[in-house]
Design a protein around this ligand. Structure first.
Ligand code: SAH
Ligand code: SF4
Length: 408
């Protein structure tokens, strides 16, 4: 099993740790992290993508071309509230300025390299970014109501090597930039024609975001945080922090920052209740063991009875699914406002695990529920389109490799 190493580029995310290092070490880590940076926001033709920039950044680049700060508000409205990608549709902006903007800027979207809709209405997108890298986004509709969750990726690949996870078999290619994170959601909305953004609690199909796609969002914290601030901005997309959930395998120092700075909901991929087992299946546990992860959950500021922390627990047959595991889980999380999502393992080619039997899942869920925690068994969605994290990308690569082979 590949192991987690402390020289991973993710260390760059922990700015505090870096501040206390000597100059050489700091330069080494920053140089390494730069290799994983997203591509420049400027296209080869010199135009710059406005998506993913903060309001202040937009104001600054407008000033560079002699435009006043109030234009930022107008542009923000058209980009994030109306969802337009064409300056000529910005009817509150005079034509000469529309043309001037179009010469210098774009409002970017990733290219949908593959879009598949499952028989259960789950829609999976494989988005291709400017440098050709790809990441997955999945829309999971709620069958009972007109709403649903958009599952967004934060990295191409992942540095962590959880043994049950298909993304974990792909090495980290790079972090996604704020623009690429925001634009996954915007492109998914394009696909459902869900513009302009609706205000407040008006029902919408794409009603929540879960940062549960490819990658470890807390190892790309700066870009994820910037993207979420854009998505939460009330004059644009305006999704409330209560409708956004970040899933982490337990990067303790950044769980604190996420709670303080973003206040979004937290999901923690626990998956095991003993450190020896969690060390194996979630190797980050060797750095941040169960006790530290749970302590960070107990102090998570956005957690309350109304906004519970979700513990994700993948059910692996004969590995972590005994009654004793369920009882220990309940003991560990007692006192935390929490619910437990039980996720039947979704097998992928080459994996050794099997999903727990239905009877096991039900018994495990019953023990957790009887202790007072909601414990839904998450029915696998989009099975027919390989909706488990990381699988579509590999399928696409395989298909393209096959294509090339037949072409030759
Ligand atoms: N890196 C973050 C977020 C992305 S992974 C994290 O680990 O939390 C999010 C979730 O994908 C994991 O908790 C796990 O529940 C799920 N997952 C990964 N591989 C899976 C598989 N083969 N079957 C079912 N769920 C899987
Ligand atoms: Fe990375 Fe999450 Fe997959 Fe683990 S489960 S390898 S942290 S994406």
């Amino acid at each position: 099993m590949p192991s987690f190493t402390s020289s991973s580029p993710s260390l760059s995310a922990d700015a505090n740790a870096i501040m206390f290092m000597d100059e050489r070490e700091r330069a080494r880590i920053l140089a390494k992290a730069a290799l994983f940076s997203p591509p420049s926001a400027t296209l080869p033709d010199g135009r710059r993508d406005l998506v993913g920039l903060s309001r202040e950044e937009i104001t600054d680049i407008l000033a560079e071309i002699g435009e006043k700060p109030f234009r930022t508000k107008q542009l923000w409205h058209w980009i994030y509230h109306q969802g337009v990608t064409d300056f000529s549709r910005m009817s509150t902006i005079a034509k000469p300025l529309q043309e001037k903007l179009a010469e210098r800027f774009i409002i970017g979207r990733p290219e949908p390299a593959m879009v598949q809709t499952s028989s259960d209405e789950t829609r999976k997108f494989l988005f291709r970014f400017r440098d050709g890298q790809e990441a997955e986004t999945v829309y999971i509709p709620d069958r009972r109501e007109d709403r649903g969750a958009v599952c967004i990726s934060s990295q191409v690949g992942c540095t962590l090597s959880c043994t049950f996870c298909h993304t974990g078999t792909q090495k980290l290619v790079r972090n996604l930039g704020a623009a690429e994170i925001v634009s996954q959601f915007m492109a998914a909305r394009d696909s459902y024609a869900e513009w302009p953004s609706l205000k407040g609690e008006t029902p919408r199909l794409l009603s929540t975001i879960v940062l549960m796609g490819m990658g470890e969002p807390l190892y790309n914290y700066e870009n994820v945080a910037k993207a979420m601030k854009i998505i939460m901005d009330g004059e644009g997309i305006g999704l409330s922090r209560r409708r956004i959930t970040l899933s982490t395998s337990g990067v303790v120092p950044l769980m604190d920052r996420c709670g303080d700075e973003l206040g979004i909901n937290l999901a923690v991929s626990l998956h095991a209740v003993r450190n020896d087992l969690r060390d194996q299946i979630v190797p980050l546990n060797r750095k941040y063991p169960i006790e530290e992860v749970l302590a960070a959950c107990r102090r998570y500021p956005a957690a309350s009875n109304a906004r519970r922390i979700t513990f994700e627990y993948i059910m692996l047959r004969d590995v972590n699914d005994s009654d004793a595991d369920a009882r220990e889980l309940v003991r560990l999380i007692s006192g935390i406002p929490a619910k437990v999502n039980l996720i039947p393992f979704n097998p992928w080619p080459g994996s050794d695990y099997r999903p727990s039997t239905r009877e096991r899942q039900a018994k495990f869920a019953e023990i957790v529920m009887n202790a007072g925690f909601a414990s839904p068994i998450r029915t696998p969605r989009g099975r027919d389109i390989l909706a488990a994290c990381g699988q579509l990308k590999t399928a696409s690569e395989r298909a393209r490799a096959g294509q090339t082979a037949t072409d030759e």
